[in-house]
Design a protein around this ligand. Structure first.
Ligand code: DP6
Length: 327
């Protein structure tokens, strides 16, 4: 009898970003990255390999996805079949626990949950390190979502050496993120295509790799020292350098909207007034504010001059994957 495995995986936000692959097939990144897994946003995925199914069936928030739109997931299931010897097609049910249209539902929690649920449903018993390596093949940022707290993804030089590991979990000091959820215009370019364009066309790319590697060293120290200002400053600088790459690509692109710049300015103003807060941004308009929970009230009040309370979501450090199995 085929078993169903359900996995919950949380999303993560990079503090030192992954933005470029040196091997797109194996999904090896150009540089290592460090992230914080968040409690508030997660994906839950169940996988069953069904000997009676004639095709892989993927549903997302209870809606079946057309096979041509599920290609990336089907390819990933093929990888699991190849490794496990499983031949049946899969029933995949996935639900995203992210506030509607938050634009934070990343492939990170999605592929972390799929890697863990799919591999176990196919009879593989992988270590967390091997799950991290497998998740990487679905989406780079998923490599880190296997683990909770602060996580580092080692770039590595081949499939075996490119995986994530926790550097601090649980997080026993006061650091959190406030997501400023902004209206997305049509995404100018996917993260996969955007980072590829940057690697091939930005003259600044070598400087990015060099500075990102230095940021990794400094970020490890800042996290170990529980130094919010150092973590925040490093994360902010690193994020802006990543977005500067996008502006220096040919053709140039960016993910900012006018609201993004408003939120950034609000964080800068708060800081000028002595509040210890910093921002980071990914491949979309949302701004994530890095701060202490004791400043939540002040920051929310300031941001509510421009945004609705419902656009401000407070997230704490979150856990790694959890797995449940049923027959
Ligand atoms: C800006 O992991 O979505 O969030 O590996 O092509 O699926 P693929 O890209 P993805 O890129 C994430 C980029 C980022 C930075 C980060 O999470 O490190």
């Amino acid at each position: 009898m085929s078993k169903t495995v359900t996995v919950k995986a949380h999303t993560n936000i990079a503090l030192v970003k992954y933005w470029g692959k040196k091997d797109p097939k194996l999904m090896l990144p150009q540089n290592g990255s460090i992230s914080l897994t968040l409690d508030h946003f997660y994906t839950e995925t169940s996988v069953t390999f069904d000997p009676h199914a004639t095709a892989d069936q993927v549903s997302f928030n209870q809606k079946v996805i057309a096979p041509q739109k599920a290609q990336r997931i089907i390819k990933f299931l093929d990888l699991i079949r190849e490794r496990s010897g499983e031949t049946a097609r899969a029933i995949v049910k996935t639900s995203n626990h992210v506030p509607t249209s938050a634009g934070l539902a990343s492939s990170a929690s999605g592929f972390a949950a799929l890697a863990a649920a799919g591999s176990r449903a196919a009879g593989l018993e992988l270590s967390l390190t091997d799950l991290s390596r497998l998740a990487r093949r679905g989406s780079g940022s998923a490599t880190r979502s296997i683990f909770g707290g602060f996580v580092e993804w080692h770039a590595g030089s081949d499939d075996a050496s490119s995986y994530a590991e926790p550097i601090q979990d649980p997080v026993d000091w006061d650091i959190q993120m406030i997501a400023v959820v902004l209206q997305a215009s049509k995404k100018p370019i996917s993260s996969t295509a955007g980072m590829q364009r940057v690697v091939t066309t930005s003259p600044y790319y070598p400087a990015w790799v060099e500075t990102a590697n230095a940021d990794l060293v400094a970020m490890r120290q800042a996290i170990a020292a529980h130094d919010l200002a150092a973590v925040g400053e490093l994360a902010e600088t690193n994020a802006m350098r990543m977005h500067a790459l996008n502006l220096s690509a040919k053709p140039a692109f960016n993910y900012f909207t006018a609201d993004t710049l408003t939120a950034i300015k609000a964080v800068q103003d708060l800081r000028a007034n002595g509040i210890n807060c910093y921002y980071t941004l990914d491949a979309g308009p949302n701004v994530k504010i890095i701060c202490a929970s004791s400043d939540t009230g002040t920051i929310k009040t300031a941001l509510q001059r421009y945004f609705a309370a419902s656009q401000l979501i407070v997230a704490q450090p979150g856990p790694g994957i959890s797995i449940t199995e049923t027959l």
